[in-house]
Design a protein around this ligand. Structure first.
Ligand code: BTN
Length: 325
């Protein structure tokens, strides 16, 4: 089926909200014959959709496939621009890499790159991000904010809030945020966020926000070195989550927060971020590339930078580090 027609058909089912759509209505909507409609329905079945077909009444989708693709993300997406352009590939080296290329070629704000598997997923501080098949969300989002370079860390914090809100919406979990962008449940890492930039002098061309979310992994899915420090939604909530629905919620929460950020600035985002933060007002160790620093995490400044009060009373600004609480 041509992708345009398939999107239109899925869009029609999404708008019907589980009600039956008659073959006649679908054929008028798609501008094709009833036989062609039947063929499109058969193709959806082959892709793993389950559909109810009732004579003289029509069709409705009863189950979506347990995989992600542009279709599943699009079906039920209610944003106006986040995720309206989807670049999906079954397997990639890194969604960040593709997003960088697309951004250089002029991809629109809100474009997302999603894959079922990454062979060289990138983490912060040059680490590798474990990204096995069909279990997680490996996604990069392209933004084009007109903000100074110094304010771009704010977007990482915004992303963390959006993801926490989406997880709270779709699951029973109540995740915490550890500065700058680790999302934890019961002290173990559930989500990692990697923000990268394309900029020249002080002009930001694009911000690429990579999100790695462990969704349906079993504990023994993780390699030994991650066993004690990583977790997934399925492990913590005791049941699997619908990854496409989670992506839709992340995009929706992100869009709302991003619009708020562009109109009202960082203040409301900072307040939300602080309400989820576990590292604040605690003594922490910040491990940077240049060594470790111990102090009390007294807050974040207006740029989203962590402020650490050392024993000598100095306030140190931490731009990039691993934090041990
Ligand atoms: C971290 O180290 O905590 C950040 C991990 C970010 C991983 C995501 S998965 C999607 C995107 N593509 C990548 O290669 N990395 C990010």
């Amino acid at each position: 089926m041509q992708t345009g027609l398939r999107s239109k058909l899925l869009d029609a089912f999404s708008k019907a909200e589980g009600e039956y759509l008659s073959g006649q209505k679908i054929s008028e909507y798609l501008g094709c014959s009833r036989t062609a409609v039947w063929k499109h329905i058969e193709e959806l079945r082959k892709e793993g959709y389950e559909l109810d077909a009732v004579r003289r009444i029509g069709y409705r989708i009863t189950k979506k496939p347990d995989k992600i693709s542009s279709n599943e993300i699009q079906l039920g997406l209610t944003t106006s621009f986040m995720g309206r352009h989807i670049h999906f590939e079954e397997e990639v080296t890194s969604t960040q890499k593709i997003a960088h290329n697309l951004a250089s070629e002029g991809a629109e704000e809100g474009t997302i790159v999603v894959s079922e598997q990454q062979s060289s997923g990138r983490g912060r501080l040059s680490r590798v991000w474990y990204s096995p098949k069909h279990t997680g969300i490996w996604m990069s989002l392209i933004l084009r904010p007109q903000i100074p370079l110094s304010q771009t860390p704010q977007l990482t914090l915004l992303a963390a809030v959006a993801i926490v809100q989406a997880i709270e919406e779709v699951t029973t979990l109540k995740p915490d945020i550890k500065w700058p962008n680790d999302i934890l449940v019961n002290g173990k890492k559930l989500v990692g966020i990697l923000t990268e930039l394309q900029a020249e002098a002080d002009r930001v061309h694009s911000v690429i926000i990579g999100m790695g979310i462990n969704v349906n992994h079993d504990q023994d899915h993780f390699p030994t070195d991650l066993q004690d420090i990583a977790t997934s939604i399925a492990i913590e909530a005791g049941e699997k989550a619908d990854r496409a629905e989670l992506i839709q919620q992340i995009l929706l929460k992100f869009e709302v927060l991003y619009n708020l950020y562009l109109s009202k600035g960082f203040k409301p985002i900072k307040l939300l971020w602080e309400s989820y933060a576990i590292s604040l007002n605690k003594t922490v160790v910040a491990r940077t590339l240049h060594g470790s620093l111990t102090g009390k995490a007294i807050g974040i400044n207006e740029d989203g930078v962590l402020l650490l009060e050392t024993e000598s009373g100095n306030i140190e600004k931490i731009y990039s580090a691993d934090i041990e609480v």
